[in-house]
Design a protein around this ligand. Structure first.
Ligand code: PLP
Length: 457
């Protein structure tokens, strides 16, 4: 093994030179990360050769699993032709055209007609905000620039997405943020001041959206954005009536509805798209992650015929003055075409629904044995456990409480990667997970929660 790849070199230089996303550098210097170097299917290996069950699919994205030969072949075949060519006006490349065709076909029920490519979820959302604001300028209503979103929502790290994000820790260090972004309460059944009744909560939160639009003035509101199931905020599944009511409110006031499907797109919730699971057709959808299972960075923003129509007329501001060098990257798009073939051929949305229901059942059973679990929730293979000090009072642990680290470390020791985020254990495995993998994950969680209980009491 050459020095650059030696385990000691990697560990020493990670601590010395790498700043990790979403963490205090001092913490990763003192407490080195798992350095993952290999993966196949639902398992990955670290540089010390230890194998882990990947219960988070990388970062909710490796939906088809690691090391799929079909995707490698698609990338290599494209590399043999050309690695990169731009899609800025005047040039294009075949994989980006083929993928935009495929996406609009997949999204025919939503009447999606145009695709704008980027390099990830933050880009996809930023693109959506710019399209929404430009749409209203082209419609002759330049005052409609405000964007409403949900508390606990996560929309990425660029200034627009961060401004829409509803989790203060992602925002505070970078304020002041972009003007014109507003937040309303999320339909968070486990923690809300109003009700334990899901449909009542759905009505209350949709009514808050309506009142906010009325208060701001409908002629100033461009769009409402939300995740079909809130992910990073803690896997918050809205009541059944929430999204349909939101669509009605948006329609009443002409507000564009943006679905941030970065996590929920391509099968994770048990439907091909998360919003389809609520029977709702957004005007704009933001896609990334599962689009090509993370083999090469890719994001996409798709818009429906209504949005597209604004660009049909002549207008001084009609040029889309937005785009990334890597918009429509041929390798990323070729990987996506191969990944989507797998999603369809292996019915990954169906598998997510079936295996997700079994996972949910096992987690409910686990909660009967572990008092630390305050709430079990999820949809498909997007699941969360809210960890609390006491079930009756729902008292949460402080954000910096060591219990999170104890749980993660115990899981690592037992050979599984799970995620801890602000008092919740997040589970978002590859969509090729089987019931046997669920059993393996639940055994690890059982051990980790027992360890957490010992450490805390
Ligand atoms: C719902 C949602 N939107 C946007 C993003 C940002 O995507 P990216 O990290 O690819 O920029 C994420 C990332 O986890 C996400 O969960």
């Amino acid at each position: 093994m050459n020095e650059l790849a030696s385990v000691n070199f990697l560990k020493a230089h990670n601590a010395r030179h790498v700043w990790h996303p979403m963490g205090d550098p001092k913490v990763s210097e003192a407490d080195p990360p798992l350095i993952v170097s290999r993966g196949e299917g639902v398992y990955v290996h670290d540089v010390d050769g230890k194998r882990y069950l990947d219960c988070v699919a990388g970062l909710w994205n490796v939906n088809v699993g690691h090391g799929r030969p079909e995707i490698k072949q698609a990338i290599v075949e494209q590399l043999d032709r050309i690695a990169y060519y731009s899609t800025f006006q005047g040039t294009s490349n075949p994989p980006s055209i083929a993928l935009s065709h495929l996406l609009t076909e997949m999204l025919q029920p939503e009447d999606m007609t145009k695709v704008f490519f980027s390099s990830g979820g933050s880009d996809a959302n930023e693109t959506a905000f710019k399209i929404a604001r430009q749409y209203w300028k082209l419609e002759g209503k330049a005052d409609r620039f405000k964007i409403i979103s949900l508390k606990y929502g996560y929309h990425g790290v660029h200034f627009g997405g961060m401004s829409a994000t509803g989790t203060p820790p992602h925002r505070r260090a970078y304020e002041p943020l972009v003007p014109g972004f507003l937040h309303i309460d999320a339909p968070y059944l486990y923690r809300n001041p109003w009700t334990n009744e899901p449909l009542e909560l759905g009505r209350i939160c949709a009514a808050e959206l309506e009142r906010t639009i009325q208060f701001q003035g409908p002629d100033t509101v461009a769009a409402f954005i939300a995740e079909p199931v809130q992910g990073a905020g803690g896997v918050i599944v809205p009541p059944d009536n929430f999204w349909p009511l939101v669509r009605d409110v948006c329609d009443r006031y002409g507000v564009l509805l943006i679905a941030d499907e970065v996590v929920t797109g391509f099968g994770r919730t048990g439907n091909l798209f998360g919003s389809r699971g609520w029977g709702v057709k957004p005007d704009i959808m933001c896609l990334a992650k599962g689009i090509n299972s993370g083999y090469i960075p890719l994001g996409a923003t798709v818009v429906n015929a209504r949005v597209e129509s604004a660009w049909k007329r002549d207008h001084a501001l009609a040029a889309i003055m937005h785009g990334y060098t890597y918009s429509g990257h041929p390798l990323a798009c070729a990987a996506a075409l191969a990944a989507q073939k797998i999603v369809v051929e292996e019915d990954l949305p169906g598998n997510a629904a079936r295996v997700g229901a079994y996972f949910r059942q096992c987690l409910d059973e686990l909660a009967r044995r572990h008092e630390l679990i305050g709430d079990v929730r999820g949809k498909g293979l997007m699941l969360g456990l809210e960890i609390v000090k006491e079930r009756a009072s729902k008292e949460p642990f402080a954000p910096n409480d060591p219990i999170g680290k104890t749980i993660m470390q115990a899981a690592f020791e037992k050979g599984a990667i799970i995620r801890w985020a602000a008092g919740k254990i997040i589970l978002s495995p590859p969509l090729i997970f089987t019931r046997a993998h669920v059993d393996e994950a639940v055994a690890v969680l059982d051990h980790a929660l027992a360890r957490a209980k010992e450490s805390w009491t």
